[in-house]
Design a protein around this ligand. Structure first.
Ligand code: SF4
Length: 298
């Protein structure tokens, strides 16, 4: 899931993250770090100062991929929120990808609400025409109080507006939500509000991850001072159950099969919802075993 300073031609800097579904993609690091870099639970880019890499480095990596990654149909632009790249530069990158990697059929990026807001609806449509096929957006929760607490930089309404904007451009939208992020006290409010937000955005994919506390983050400090309390396994399962129960998607896929989760679930909405709820109820009754702690990882 991460690369550190590979020296085989691609200019990767530091730890690089990509979505699990981009495991086999060409990974092009066009930005370093995250332009927001303030979320209380996230330590991924703490050691990186955000910047967009020089065009000649980006082009050199595209040319390297054109020689050694022939036939790989998907490409993911890293790091944390590459959609923040200004429109003109992004079109230049997508044009170079088309020119030198004509076999690539889908380009993906991580995006936060700011990166989406800075693009007009017409620009998003044009980016789609140039190959941008999927946007991954971390919404984490639909609970406004929690969104403020974790310093996500957007509230329910902004998440909704930006999620819909991506979809309206015809770009696939994959969102992640975080089980446990609201702590013990607001767990079920988080589940309900997140279900409401997911239902309104109606994304193509939802990935539910379980919060793993990263050392050095504000949230780790809050945990050590007992300002923040994680729900236990039972509480996290209840949270997942409520989130699924409050979520209605027209045809999206809901995954909670990430390695961080205690119970892997994959639901094709709308028909798979009831079966998934039954499975979670069985797990809550102790009739289905959970993933042991040592097998969980980010
Ligand atoms: S926007 Fe994403 S990458 Fe940036 S700090 Fe928040 S969680 Fe981390």
């Amino acid at each position: 899931m991460s690369y550190t300073n590979r020296s085989d031609g691609m200019h990767y800097e530091g730890m690089c993250i990509r979505p699990p579904s981009e495991a086999n993609s060409i990974l092009l690091q066009a930005t370093v770090g995250c332009s927001h870099n303030k979320c209380s639970f996230c330590g991924t880019y703490k050691d990186k100062r955000f910047r967009i890499k020089d065009d000649d480095i980006i082009l050199s990596d595209i040319l390297f991929a054109s020689r050694y990654m022939r036939g790989i149909k998907r490409l993911f632009i890293m790091d944390g929120d590459a959609l923040i790249i200004p429109y003109r530069r992004l079109t230049w990158i997508l044009d170079r990808i088309k020119e030198h990697l004509p076999w690539v059929t889908r380009v993906g990026v991580y995006a936060n609400t700011k990166g989406i807001k800075l693009k007009s609806p017409e620009e998003l449509v044009h980016l789609k025409e140039l190959g941008l096929g999927i946007v991954y957006m971390g919404i984490e929760t639909g609970d406004d109080q929690t969104l403020t607490a974790i310093r996500k930089g957007a509230d329910f309404d902004r998440m909704l507006e930006m999620g819909k904007k991506v979809k309206a451009a015809g770009i696939k939208l994959s969102v992640t939500v975080l089980l446990g992020i609201a702590g013990k006290e607001r767990s079920l409010i988080h589940a309900k509000e997140t279900g409401r937000l997911l239902s309104e955005i109606d994304p193509d994919y939802v990935g539910a991850l379980t919060l793993m506390i990263m050392p050095g983050t504000t949230l780790a400090d809050d945990l050590s001072t007992a300002t923040f309390e994680l729900p236990d396994n039972y509480g996290l399962l209840m949270e997942l159950r409520e989130m699924i129960a409050y979520t209605t998607l027209s045809k999206g896929l809901f995954f909670s099969n990430h390695a961080s989760n205690y119970l892997p679930v994959k639901i094709r909405y709308p028909e798979g919802k009831e079966k998934a709820l039954q499975l979670i109820d069985m797990a809550l009754d102790g009739k289905v075993s959970l993933r042991p702690e040592w097998m969980r990882a980010l």
